[in-house]
Design a protein around this ligand. Structure first.
Ligand code: ZN
Length: 164
């Protein structure tokens, strides 16, 4: 069982419950898939009402994730700061037809906390993670704009991961 456990979404919101904890990369399989090599994330999930007065989960998460720099391919620590309000939707259809700016998540009686936090973290990650300044000695190959395609970079990430 992963860190964080599960919550009954609507019950959690109704009760105004709170759950806090910490997650590491082993708790975050999709981040790992994205080439994230390490993560230290502290989160707080609070149940309550949305700005529209509907049951909602407030997700706050802070920490860092290690991604591969798309310039030098060394690890770069990317700060994470999530402050999300997720309205609990009764059905996937309600989410699909909604035509507004409200973030929604499908309510269920067993919502995995780690996956909930992971979703929000993934949404905040930069498309192209880079060092502000790559480590000394690394050749800067970025002088002519984006040299590597995302797919090539991904292939490198995969190789790098199996190596360790
Ligand atoms: Zn770099």
């Amino acid at each position: 069982m992963s860190q964080g456990g599960v919550i009954d979404g609507l019950e959690f919101a109704r009760a105004g419950a709170t759950r806090a904890g910490a997650l590491e990369i082993t708790d975050l399989p999709r981040l790992s898939e994205l080439g994230c090599s390490a993560a230290q994330i502290r989160y707080v999930i609070r149940g309550g009402d949305s700005a529209q007065g509907r049951p909602a989960l407030h997700v706050d998460a802070t920490g860092t994730v290690e991604l591969a720099c798309q310039r030098c391919l060394e690890s770069v620590a990317v700060p994470v700061a999530v402050h999300s309000e997720l309205e609990l939707a009764a059905s996937q259809e309600a989410i699909d037809v909604a035509d507004d700016e409200i973030d929604r998540v499908l309510a269920s009686r067993s919502m995995a906390v780690a996956a909930l936090v992971e979703d929000e973290v993934i949404l905040t990650l930069p498309m192209v993670p880079k060092h502000a300044q790559c480590p000394a000695g690394m050749e800067d190959t970025d002088s002519g704009g984006e040299r590597t395609s995302p797919f090539a970079a991904l292939a490198v990430l995969r190789t790098g991961r199996t190596k360790s």
